[in-house]
Ligand binder design. Structure first.
Ligand SMILES: [Zn+2]
Ligand SMILES: [Zn+2]
Length: 469
């Protein structure tokens, strides 16, 4: 039987994770993520597939970030009609994440069409709507960690912990070949050891082939402890001048993590208890999923939940869903902390908070996530004297703090460490989900260990040997 992997997305780039495993008559897709780029390129890349969706037997999701699950509605539109497997928390998170992605696309196209109308250009359509996204959810099936499930006669699936976000998994495929069982593990995205809330990543045994991410293949994170101290110093500085602290944040995981850190600092009396607002309807819904799935967190968090403590810091927060409540924050005096989406300041309520607050030097913007080129977030990180918001220039007088160490991805050392732990039976490592220069650094580091590794191109197919010898 021939076994192959076709790297259909997130090859030599970060977003759009999608890889097709063929084993005899079985075709299984690992992830069906959305590619993010400039508008036209994004539409073109996401609207087609490098395989026939109608022939596909199953889809397996690693986690609920949109670059891993966000193209499911397009797959359904193109005729896929079978199951999509995910861990129980991932399935629940997808219920909010995928429709929100449809909503964001509809809003974006509305804006484009307004401009097109003025220019007498034809209207455009979103990749998928919120309604189409909601329809696609009915194909999701939950499969718990460590439960072996037969996707077909030839292929079994088991989820292991990835430690990246709530529900994240390293899916492992056991493929029956004439030479015995071939084991493929998919560690994309991979988390860090010792992060609060989450369990540590697990290393499945006897892996033959490993597909691994490389977002930070050549970069190292600072320690969490240092980042926590920096966060406390920054918050105290803003409190001393009665400033408002604005934190742009991704709604999934990053928001819950920063709320956890702020609550810890309050509990340990490192910062004063000041009003903390989470102004993002999506984050509010996702936080509810976190609360309902507390049994999937690490031991310390689970014990705290059992004792009915407040490990995620809910008691300190005001959640805001209504737009009027959001607007009301403009009139309130600092100090206060406002956490809001979008993470890269491209759309959503964060724009209003930035517009209303960045000209006052008492205020502060704390950046805790990656800001891509050509985004407002990046211009703030670069501390431009003036930034445009809704087309209007604003002076950037607020203090800007960047804390990179809160990343939920393994860094250069973490990735190598993970591969080392898989080493015994490993025949080859395929490096994906990274800018090419990052993937190449990881490849070089693995070669130093005497391991075979490659950085496949998009569309490339690799044939695997089932021979255990
Ligand atoms: Zn992710
Ligand atoms: Zn990712």
């Amino acid at each position: 039987m021939t076994v192959s992997i076709k790297f259909c997305g997130a090859a030599r780039t970060v977003t759009g994770s999608m890889h097709l495993i063929s084993a005899g008559r079985t075709e299984a897709l690992l992830d069906c993520g959305l590619f993010h780029g400039r508008r036209d390129e994004t539409y073109e890349v996401n609207s087609g597939f490098a395989f026939n969706p109608q022939r596909l037997g199953s889809v397996v999701l690693s986690h609920a970030h949109i670059d891993h699950c966000g193209n499911i509605p397009t797959l359904i539109k193109k005729g896929y009609r079978s199951h999509i497997f995910a861990t129980p928390p991932t399935k629940e998170l997808c219920n909010y994440m995928i429709p929100d992605s449809g909503h964001v696309q509809q809003e974006d196209i509305k804006y484009v069409n307004k401009i097109n109308k003025r220019r007498h250009l034809p209207p455009r359509f979103p990749l998928y709507t919120k309604r189409e996204a909601e329809h696609s959810l009915k194909y999701l099936r939950s499969l718990d960690y460590h439960v072996k499930f037969a996707l077909s006669k030839e292929v079994d699936l088991t989820f292991f912990e990835a430690g990246h976000i709530l529900g994240s998994a390293v899916p492992v495929l056991d493929i029956k070949t004439s030479n015995g069982t071939m084991r493929i593990a998919y560690a994309v995205d991979l988390g860090r050891y010792g992060m609060p809330l989450l369990k540590d990543p697990e290393v499945p045994q006897d892996i033959d082939y490993l597909i691994i991410e490389s977002t930070y293949g050549g970069r190292k994170h600072g320690s969490i402890q240092e980042a926590e101290d920096e966060l406390a110093d920054a918050v105290n500085r803003a409190i001393s001048r009665a400033g408002k602290i604005i934190i742009p944040s991704f709604a999934l995981e990053r928001t819950q993590l920063i709320v956890f850190f702020i609550s810890e600092l309050i509990k340990r009396k490192k910062i004063k208890k000041i009003p903390l607002y989470v102004d993002s309807p999506l984050a509010v819904n996702l936080t509810k999923v976190f609360r309902d799935n507390w049994s999937y967190f690490d031991e310390i968090t689970r014990l705290a939940f059992e004792k009915e403590e407040d490990p995620l810091g809910y008691d300190n927060i005001s959640y805001i869903t209504k737009i009027n409540d959001s607007k009301r924050l403009n009139n309130e005096k600092g100090p206060m902390i406002i956490i809001s989406a979008s993470g890269m300041c491209e759309n959503g309520r964060i724009l209003h908070h930035l517009k209303n607050n960045i000209e006052d030097p008492r205020n502060m913007v704390i950046v805790i996530g990656f800001m891509a080129k050509n985004t407002l977030g990046r211009r703030i990180v670069e501390r431009k004297k003036e930034v445009k918001i809704f087309g209007v220039p604003h002076r950037l007088n607020a203090e800007v703090i960047t804390l990179n160490a809160f990343s939920s991805h393994a860094d250069a050392d973490g990735l190598v460490e993970y591969v080392k732990r898989c080493r015994g039976s490993l025949k080859k490592v395929f490096i994906v989900h990274g800018d090419e220069e990052q993937s190449k650094v990881l490849k070089a580091n693995l070669k130093k260990l005497g391991l075979k590794a490659s950085v496949p191109a998009k569309g490339e197919t690799t044939y695997l040997s089932g021979d255990k010898a």
